[in-house]
Ligand binder design. Structure first.
Ligand code: KG4
Ligand code: ZN
Length: 327
């Protein structure tokens, strides 16, 4: 079995995965959404402090598995430096105490493997990762062959939902709050410009849209009834930006199997629009189970099983955190 730890942002999670059959034997996650909600976003130092409390609590429950552990895995990149350190320090202590090897996992690869929890992999695959930290399209042929073909030049898709929610004073995380508000709104009420719509670049950008939404919110003033239309129009354009760029990309790279992963892949409007986009291509759409869209340790464990089989271990002395993405 492998014990895996995730602490790259505001979720403390630990899983136990059986190596031979990929079975998820244990998974527990403690989210910090409530604590960060008052600030409208994640406060790194607070997040680190909460990980330091939550991770040992969860680890205690894993004690019955200790004797069967063959390795310990941990998210080491990308993420918040002060929170990654919490997980990596704990993983190193476990590796030393139990005399087992350590595996440093890339969180983004984790999101890809969230599709295959307790399942076999299905490659080649084109993946759209939409989370709080990333918006990128990757061509995945295997664990070692992952190529990023498009990414955001500024804010991410999920982050833009968080920022719009913050501007509306709704709380954090903004994705589900904006999605909920948008349900009763008119998607066509506000004619926000689709980002980079005239650019030939296959890349994403959300900072301009965020500013346009900010102006609409300022303009609405005390008329909060307008917020639902702003939310709906924002969600519509934020999604249209993704589908327009993907459409362009599909002109040269036909998708056979396409997947959406990451916290924001839970968004129903996004899922529906991507399904429509894939129809003429007869492409298969893969989605993670809802509980594994947002950050979790089950996906880290699933990658770790593959890395274990390929002897992709790190040395305890050399494994270090790397806050920036390497994919
Ligand atoms: O994958 P995740 O849990 O953490 C990162 O790796 O960043 O993604 C969290 C992000 C947040 O920005 C959150 O607002 C967004 O995913 N999110 C959503 C939805 N649910 C979560 N965005 C849009 N619609 C949703 N339903
Ligand atoms: Zn994530």
């Amino acid at each position: 079995m492998i014990l895996s730890i995730e602490s790259s942002c505001d979720d403390s999670a630990i899983s136990i995965t059986e190596i031979a059959n990929k079975k998820l034997l244990f998974h527990k996650k403690i989210s910090q959404e409530l604590e960060h909600s008052v600030y409208g976003g994640v406060v790194p130092e607070l997040a680190a402090r909460l990980h330091a409390q939550a991770l040992p609590q969860i680890l205690e429950q894993c004690e019955p598995y200790f004797k069967d552990l063959k390795a310990v895995a941990v998210t080491s990149t990308p993420g918040l430096a002060v929170t990654l350190v919490e997980g990596v320090t704990m993983a190193k202590a476990i590796a030393v105490a139990l005399n087992i090897p350590i595996i440093g996992v890339n969180h983004l690869v984790g999101h890809i493997y969230s599709l295959f929890i307790e399942k076999e992999t299905d490659f080649p695959l084109t993946v759209l990762l939409v989370s709080g930290g990333h918006t990128q399209v990757m061509e995945v042929k295997s664990l070692r062959d992952i190529k990023t073909v498009a990414k955001s030049m500024d804010d991410s898709f999920g982050e833009s939902f968080d920022k719009v929610a913050k501007m509306m004073g709704l709380g954090y995380p903004g994705g589900p709050l904006i999605e909920d508000l948008a349900k009763n709104g008119d998607r066509l009420k506000y004619n926000f410009t689709v980002p980079l719509h005239q650019s030939p670049l296959i890349a994403f950008s959300y900072s301009g849209l965020k500013n346009a939404v900010r102006l609409a919110i300022v303009d609405a003033g005390e008329e909060r009834v307008k917020y639902k239309d702003i939310a709906a129009s924002f969600e519509h354009i934020a999604t249209k930006h993704l589908t327009m760029k993907l459409k362009k990309y599909f002109k040269t790279s036909k998708p056979q199997t396409f997947a959406i992963v990451g916290g924001a892949s839970a968004n129903i409007y996004l899922r529906t629009q991507i399904k429509e986009l894939l129809k003429p291509h007869n492409a298969k759409l893969l989605l993670s189970e809802l509980q594994y869209c947002s950050d979790n340790a089950a996906m880290i464990g699933r990658v770790a099983v593959e890395m274990y089989k390929e002897n992709m271990f790190s040395s305890i002395e050399e494994l270090d955190i790397s806050p920036r993405s390497s994919l």
